[in-house]
Design a protein around this ligand. Structure first.
Ligand code: ZN
Length: 229
C-alpha cells in the first residue's frame, strides 16, 4: 500500500511523531490547500486513524497494513475521489464538499483541544457521531467508513473524527503537561523535560536578552539611589 507508506513518512508511527504532526497540522491554513494537498492530508489523517484503531501487536509491523486494513483504507481513501454522480467531476459533488467540511471540522477540534492542553485546563472533545468498540486496551473508535448508522436525517458513515480523537487522546495521555506554548515565539511544542519553558535555545536566549535589556534600562536609577544611601 504505497499511499499509506507515503503518509506515515510524514506522520511517523509513534506517538511523539504523531504529536509533532498534530502541532504542524494546527499551524497550517487549510483554506489555501490545493486539491492535491487535500488528498495528501486525507491520507495522513487515515494513517493516524489506522494507528489509533490498531491493537499494538508484535506480529503487525507499523509499516504494513493487514488485509482488512487495506480494504478499509481503499474505501476511505477514495471518498473524495469517487465519481458519486456520473454527470459531475468528483470535486463538484456534494460528497466531496461534505468530505472537505469533515476535514475542516477535524482541524478545528484537534487545534482547539491541543490549545486547551497547553493551558493545563481539563480537555474536552465534543463528538457528534462516534462509533466505538471494546478492546483490551480500552474502547477503540472504528476506522472511517467502516460502520454506519441510520437516523431520521439519513444514513451516516463513521468519519475520521472519532479515530482522530482517539489518537489525540493517546497523545495527550502520554505527553500530558508537556505540550506547551513558547513564551518567546508563541509556537506550541512538546517539552522534552518537565522544566523546559522555551521551544529551543534560540528562544531561550532571546528572552534572556530581553530581560537583561529590561534590567539594564532600570539600573542607573537604582545605582544612584544606592550611592546616596
Ligand atoms: Zn519559541
Amino acid at each position: 500500500m504505497i499511499a499509506y507508506r507515503e503518509a506515515i513518512k510524514v506522520t511517523g508511527t509513534d506517538l511523539l511523531s504523531n504529536a509533532q504532526w498534530v502541532l504542524a497540522f494546527c499551524r497550517r491554513d487549510l483554506t489555501k490547500f490545493t486539491s492535491f494537498e487535500r488528498l495528501q492530508l486525507w491520507d495522513q489523517i487515515l494513517a493516524l486513524c489506522i494507528l489509533a484503531t490498531r491493537q499494538p501487536t508484535k506480529s503487525t509491523s507499523d509499516k504494513t497494513l493487514t488485509s482488512a486494513e487495506r480494504q478499509a483504507w481503499e474505501r476511505a481513501s477514495n471518498w473524495p475521489r469517487y465519481p458519486w454522480d456520473p454527470k459531475q467531476t468528483a470535486e463538484q459533488s456534494e460528497e466531496y464538499d461534505s468530505w472537505w467540511q469533515h476535514l475542516l471540522g477535524i482541524h478545528e477540534i484537534q487545534c482547539k483541544t491541543i490549545e486547551e492542553a497547553t493551558t493545563g485546563r481539563p480537555v474536552e472533545m465534543p463528538m457528534t457521531h462516534i462509533v466505538l468498540s471494546p478492546s483490551p486496551k480500552g474502547p477503540i473508535a472504528t476506522f472511517p467508513l467502516t460502520s454506519f448508522r441510520t437516523s431520521a436525517e439519513g444514513t451516516h458513515f463513521s468519519g475520521a473524527d472519532g479515530a482522530m480523537a482517539v489518537r489525540l487522546l493517546q497523545i495527550l495521555q502520554k505527553y500530558c503537561g508537556l505540550i506547551r506554548r513558547c513564551p518567546q515565539c508563541q509556537g506550541m511544542f512538546i517539552a522534552s523535560r518537565k522544566d523546559q519553558r522555551f521551544h529551543d535555545s534560540g528562544c531561550r536566549s532571546m528572552m534572556g536578552m530581553r530581560k537583561k535589556r529590561g534590567r539594564s534600562a532600570r539600573q542607573p536609577k537604582s545605582r544612584r539611589t544606592q550611592a546616596k544611601g
